[in-house]
Design a binder for this molecule. Sequence first.
Ligand SMILES: *Cc1c(COP(=O)(O)O)cnc(C)c1O
Length: 360
Amino acid sequence: MSRVYNFSAGPAVLPEEVLREAAEEMLDYRGCGMSVMEMSHRSKAFDTIIKEAEADLRELMNIPDNYKVLFLQGGASQQFAAVPMNLMKNRKAGYIITGQWAKKAFQEAKLYGEAVELASSADKTFSYIPDCSDLEIADDLDYVYICENNTIYGTKYKTLPNTKGHDLIADVSSCFLSEPVDVSRYGVIYGGVQKNIGPAGVVIAIIREDLIRDDVLPGTPTMLKYKTQADNDSLYNTPPCYGIYICGKVFKWLKKMGGLEEMKKRNEAKAKILYDFLDESRLFSGTVRREDRSLMNVPFVTGDAEKDAEFIAQAKAAGFENLKGHRTVGGMRASIYNAMPQEGVEKLVAFMKDFEAKDR
Ligand SMILES: *Cc1c(COP(=O)(O)O)cnc(C)c1O
């Protein structure tokens, strides 16, 4: 068996320890005589799995008691609709456009009401986070929406926007559990887990309780009502059981690693190795304004599309997978999530140095 260094943006690398444990439990989960894939979501064993997963997540993120934790399906993309359906009481919400995922959420919200663009970084191909310290925000907006870490462009909010008292809704798909957060500053935090937590198929939404209500937009499907899911502890229908089980294992792994403070330190150290090299390299350069750089997704280019392609091909042959940038932006992107060991980043940089030295 040989494992590659997987720099995929998602689905992405998972901790090897977690995968081994899951493999060991595959045929017989702790004496149940069956896999977690095969058991009822109403069983005692699964009840323990989902409750422990929630408790561990609450501990990791220090989630206040007045927030519900929901394990949902439909991907982050389904939340683009669920958010306005549940929260657009006045049918008016503000969106900050920092990349494709924010834009998609913005466009989806327009199906349900007036979505207002509060700020955008489209003018410079989303290579920075706009100043959001004093935006013009109308009083009657139902919420302010951001995509906190822009997976495709590699930018991250280092300070949250001043929402002027409005609830902040954040898509954190690609920075979930990468560092500590103050949950109380948000109305809703949600993300697909396939970037930094687990297998595709699970979305985690952390929602302040007063935002979970009955008066959602008319026509909101029962399944998309936060209240349906909250009243049933994410078990209104069959949840993505196996995915939740793996997420639970990753939460335990994160706790063992030292929690989110420790992950932040590790992630900063890893990202620094790559950014420092990009800053001094003759051949490669980063594409994002320094102060807005993501710790998770690092896009870079040589400035020559043919050379980029050559680099990606050679890197792949050397065991560095999925370094191709998003199909809409080209170049390269190294996603260096929690489960990417520092050694992987060091070896990638050594490979890049070597490629650069041979490029004459
Ligand atoms: C990947 C991604 C999405 C889309 O996730 P799906 O689960 O495929 O719907 C949305 N937002 C962000 C920030 C992402 O990185």
